[in-house]
Write a protein that binds this ligand. Structure first.
Ligand code: HT7
Ligand code: ZN
Length: 883
């Protein structure tokens, strides 16, 4: 397989001005005619024109109306090459035949539940027709679609509907025109039996936009929340960024077969149905929140991605990091800002930190790839969003907005790079960002150590920082990064001390704002070692470092446990209150893991129990915040901090703490469940959601005790629940413990929901992720369950992905988990390489485990790499994991 490098980027020799597509959709084959106006970049000089194409049957090719003969072009399995095309503008007409009904890869044109749909990002358009399938080729498209009218009554594409009508033989057609230039990855077509929920949004300049969400008929009632989310997103983007929608129509189509979450095709977003459909009985609060976020995300792409797009795929974070940042801010404004921040940082730590420390570590802007699909990663998305957030932390809201405005002013209608974004932020604010761009090019999570000292004679408080960026594949040595560290100092009552000035590099800098002292300041740490000294500090403070998680780093400070308990109680920065509890939790878990490994008895520190109790009983706190604060750090996070990851020990310790807390705080948890029960009808609003979150967390603690009374309580909650959030939480609580109650309630749930595949997927995940020893057998059995279908990515993510989420069973010491995964990856690869590659990633950190496990995992990776006909997708992940 060929590796592609950022440093080899070359401007195209030909631009495409207009593209007219004509699709004749059929059951046996689909015929695609394309008519492209080609403009040589330099007129008068001839270069070869290389068109991408894959799995296409070429029917004919014409140049300026003349049919080309075999000797006029070269055709291989990936390209169609015209050796010396005209040196003046010309028209290329290409006819191809494709077979969407056989396309199980779900990229290009394929069928889902009988309907036609497309997925072109990143490089799927080349499976539709021959084209320069790269994002810096931006053209104006028209799309004529014709199909059988009974089977495919709805025909959709990008832009505006210009014309439609009937044809002979029961067929009909629609002609769509997109007035905006776009890259091929934003092209979309949908044809099928669909019904829409319609609404109208009036933009702030008075444009009436028709909004339509398309699904199969019986699901239309489940699209109300998606429509509400879309309208909220449109309004929010106007208010916060001054960005208005630019067409008269915005379509969303929900499909059950989709490799990822959703796709931002211009004015025709295509969504995985799990991110559109919701009703109180079939979706949880978490689903409602994801729908809000992803509907927002795809809508926000209209500006950050579509109007301004990426020059090449290495720049993916330019649109994805920025758009994730925007959707995070949107969700924060719609709910609780702190809770959203906690959720986002937890996600970063759980998924991105391990990636950044493993064989697939890559910078936010990767330097090379074999298959671009493998780089739609938590690093490009989530770490990329943290990079964008740092601009805002450094520039403030209004400075950030100025940077965004300049970015659109300079680059609307262009395909640009991460430097262009950086330059807009810098120039709009006349800012000095020194080495900030290293965030795009250096992989690895920086480790920042802080030591503090107080001088009572000079009333100064010093913080000494040292930073280190760990080596990653291909990057053994790193430069120091530009790290914004938000700091506050607490006095002995827990109040923020006023900060007036800080001494740094020989200068005393005032940090007051408009003459007033501030309670939080952002230090710019840019060197390997650096000291900041705060003046006018009357007594020794407790520092609150990295407030609101101001940079994506690992922080190691000299805070004592007493300091951390103090911050947990008092910090005005709610994020750092939560963080203090997490640091205490991590320390506690690591020390108990050491005890467990040495066969010492496990004893829970009473101070930790008290800390948890005071949070649980603090009625002044947001309930969802409490739920997050009493949730222990994940097993993966702890394993990540160990020299050799020990899944069994970490699991045993986490269960021990959970049960111990449940038993010592039983009364408080019971009160929490009781006080937060409600018979009111389901509403997705902050008050009810936070109530349910806290109640469900308390119930999970209680049920972990596996005693009759508490199982009964959970069963009662299960039976009386009027919504899936509470019903599924009760089911999950009961399913923690093997036995009769678990089996019967799981069976009951399936009977109730077997008609709803999205709910059944949750049932699959719940069983797959179980840490009951030997669970691989259950998962193998479920592969043959009527509800499972290996061709549907959602089902694969639920069952196989769910299994990979259980450290105990995936890493079973007998190798059964690895063998199961190895076999299934090879089976999947034949059908859908993108999905197979996601699954094989679960092996990537195999070197973190003990020698026995390493040997067993390696056998599977070697088996995979040696397989005949392996896809580039799986090859890239498996071979890099072995390297
Ligand atoms: N921009 C979209 C990416 C996407 C995708 C990429 C590869 C393969 C399939 C895909 N489906 C969607 C999604 C987004 O980030 O908005
Ligand atoms: Zn996106």
């Amino acid at each position: 397989p060929k590796e592609i490098f950022l440093k080899h980027y070359k401007m195209p020799d030909y631009f495409f001005d207009t593209v007219d597509l004509k699709f004749s959709l059929g059951e046996d084959k689909t015929i695609v005619c394309s008519r492209i106006t080609v403009l040589p970049r330099v007129e008068g000089v001839s270069f070869p024109l290389i068109l991408d194409g894959q799995d296409l049957k070429l029917v004919s090719i014409k140049l300026n109306g003349e049919e080309l003969k075999k000797e006029d072009f070269v055709l291989d399995s990936r390209h169609l090459i015209l050796a010396s095309p005209p040196t003046k503008p010309f028209i290329l007409e290409i006819v191809t035949e494709i077979y969407p009904q056989n396309n199980t890869s779900l990229e290009g044109l394929y069928k889902s539940s009988g309907n036609f749909c497309t997925q072109c990002e990143a490089e799927g358009f080349r499976k539709i027709t021959f084209y320069q399938d790269r994002p810096d080729i931006m053209a104006k498209y028209t799309c004529h679609v014709e199909a059988d009218k009974t089977l495919y009554p709805v025909l959709l594409s990008n832009g505006n509907l210009i014309e439609q009508g009937d044809l002979e033989d029961g067929r009909h057609y629609a002609l769509w025109e997109d007035p905006f230039k776009k890259p091929s990855y934003l092209f979309a077509l949908v044809a099928g039996q669909l019904i829409s929920r319609d609404d109208t949004f009036v933009t702030r300049s008075g444009r009436k936009v028709s909004l339509r969400i398309w699904t199969k008929a019986e699901d239309v009632p489940k699209t109300a929340h998606a429509m509400h989310s879309l309208m909220a997103a449109m309004k929010w983007d106007e208010e916060v960024f001054g960005l208005e929608y630019d067409l008269d129509l915005f379509n969303i189509v929900a499909v059950p077969d989709f490799n990822m979450g959703a796709m931002e095709n211009k004015s025709l977003n295509i969504f995985n149905s799990k991110l559109v459909l919701a009703s109180p009985e079939t979706a949880t609060d978490a689903d409602y929140a994801s729908i809000l976020g992803v509907i927002g995300h795809e809508y926000f792409h209209n500006w950050t991605g579509n109007r301004v797009t990426c020059r090449d795929w290495f720049q993916l974070s330019l649109k994805e990091g920025l758009t994730v940042f925007r959707d995070q801010e949107f969700s924060s404004d719609m709910g609780s800002r702190t809770v959203k921040r906690i959720a986002d940082v937890s996600r970063l730590r759980t998924y991105q930190f391990p990636q950044d420390a493993g064989p697939m570590a890559h910078p936010v802007r990767p330097h090379s790839y074999i298959k671009m699909d493998n780089f739609y990663t938590v690093t490009v998305y989530e770490k990329g969003a943290e990079v964008v957030r740092m601009y805002k932390t450094l520039l403030g809201s209004s400075g950030f907005r100025k940077g965004m405005d300049l970015y659109f002013k300079r680059h609307d209608g262009q395909a640009v790079t991460c430097e262009d974004f950086f330059a807009a932020m810098r120039d709009a604010n006349d800012a000095d960002f020194s080495n900030f761009l290293l965030w795009y090019s250096q992989a690895g999570t920086p480790l920042v150590k802080v030591t503090s000292s107080y001088n009572s004679e000079t009333n100064t408080y010093s913080l000494k920082f040292s930073q280190q960026v760990p080596p990653t594949p291909g990057q053994p040595v790193k430069d120091p990064m530009f790290i914004p560290v938000a700091i506050g100092l607490l006095d002995s009552n827990g109040n923020d001390l006023p900060l007036t000035s800080v001494f740094h590099e020989g200068l005393l800098h005032s940090i007051s704002s408009n003459g007033h002292p501030v309670s939080t300041t952002v230090l710019r740490v840019t060197k390997e070692e650096e000291e900041f000294v705060f003046h006018d500090i009357p007594h020794k403070p407790v520092p609150s470092i990295l407030r609101n998680y101001s940079a994506p780093i690992r922080l190691d400070s000299d805070l004592t446990d007493d300091d951390l308990f103090f911050l947990l109680d008092h910090d005005s920065d709610e994020f750092n209150r939560w963080e203090a509890g997490q640091i205490l939790g991590r320390k506690l878990m690591l020390s108990l893991v050491a005890d467990y490994q040495q066969n010492k008895p496990l004893v829970l520190n009473p101070k930790f129990v008290n800390g948890m109790k005071s949070i649980l009983c603090d009625s002044s706190l947001d309930k969802e915040f409490i739920a997050k604060a009493i949730t222990l750090p994940g097993e993966g996070e702890i394993m990540d901090m160990m020299e050799v990851a020990d899944p069994d020990a970490v699991h045993a310790v986490r269960c021990f703490i959970k049960k111990q807390l449940a038993s010592e705080l039983r009364g408080e948890f019971l009160t929490t469940v009781k006080d937060n029960s409600s018979a009111e009808p389901y509403e997705f609003n902050h008050h009810n959601m936070t109530r349910r979150a806290l109640k469900n967390t308390a119930l999970a603690y209680l049920a972990s005790l596996d005693d009759l009374e508490l199982t009964k309580l959970a069963l009662n909650e299960y039976k009386s629940a009027t919504n899936l959030t509470e019903q599924f939480a009760a089911l999950t609580a009961i399913a923690q413990n093997p036995g009769e109650a678990r089996d019967s309630v799981l069976a009951d749930f399936y009977r109730k929901w077997e008609h709803d595949y999205l709910v059944v997927n949750k049932w699959l995940t719940l069983q797959a992720i179980s840490d009951i020893p030997g669970n691989v057998k259950n998962v193998q059995r479920l592969l043959n369950h009527p509800s499972f279908d290996i061709r549907n990515p959602n089902k694969v993510y639920s069952l196989i992905g769910g299994f990979c989420g259980s450290p105990v069973n995936l890493h079973a010491k007998d190798g059964s988990g690895y063998e199961f995964l190895g076999d299934i990856v090879l089976q999947l690869d034949k059908l859908n390489p993108q999905v197979a590659a996601r699954m094989v990633s679960a092996f990537s950190r195999w070197r973190r485990y003990d020698e026995t496990r390493q040997a067993l995992a390696k056998v599977q990776l070697e088996k995979i790499v040696a397989a005949n006909g392996l896809s580039e997708n799986v090859y890239e992940i498996a071979s890099k994991s072995l390297a």
